[in-house]
Design a protein around this ligand. Structure first.
Ligand SMILES: Cc1cc2nc3c(=O)[nH]c(=O)nc-3n(C[C@H](O)[C@H](O)[C@H](O)COP(=O)(O)O)c2cc1C
Length: 97
C-alpha cells in the first residue's frame, strides 16, 4: 500500500486522515474486512497542487516509487512476517528496518 497521512490541502480538508491506497488488484470486493498495514518508509511531504491532474500525477509517482522500494529485499521479507498471517492478532509488525 501507499498511505497518505495529513489534511489533503488540495481538498482543504479540516480533519487529519490516514488514507490507504492498496496496490494489489483484488478480484472480489472486501467491504467489512479488517486491513493490516505496515508503514515501511517515507516518500514525501503532503503538498497542495495547482490542478487535479498534478495531484493524480504525484500519486502515480508515489505508487511507482513505493512499488520500486517494496521490491527491495528488506521490504520483501516483511511480506512473510507473522503479523500478516490470517490467524495473527498482533497489533504491530515485528520486522526491523
Ligand atoms: C498516495 C497518496 C498521496 C496523496 N498525496 C496528497 C497530497 O500531497 N496532497 C493532497 O491534498 N492530497 C493527497 N492525497 C489525498 C487525495 O487528495 C485523496 O485521495 C482525495 O482526498 C480523494 O479522496 P476520496 O477518494 O475520498 O475522494 C494523497 C492520496 C494518496 C493515496
Amino acid at each position: 500500500m501507499v498511505m497518505s497521512i495529513g489534511w489533503n490541502p488540495y481538498y482543504q480538508n479540516t480533519v487529519k486522515s490516514m488514507e490507504t491506497h492498496i496496490l494489489h488488484k483484488f478480484k472480489e470486493d472486501f467491504y467489512g474486512s479488517n486491513l493490516k498495514v505496515c508503514l515501511c518508509g517515507y516518500l514525501r511531504t503532503m503538498k497542495n497542487f495547482g490542478s487535479l491532474d498534478e495531484l493524480i500525477s504525484a500519486i502515480k509517482k508515489d505508487i511507482s516509487d513505493a512499488q520500486e522500494a517494496l521490491d527491495k529485499p528488506e521490504f520483501q521479507k516483511i511480506k512473510s512476517d507473522n503479523f500478516f498471517s490470517s490467524s495473527s492478532q498482533a497489533t504491530c509488525c515485528s520486522a526491523s528496518l
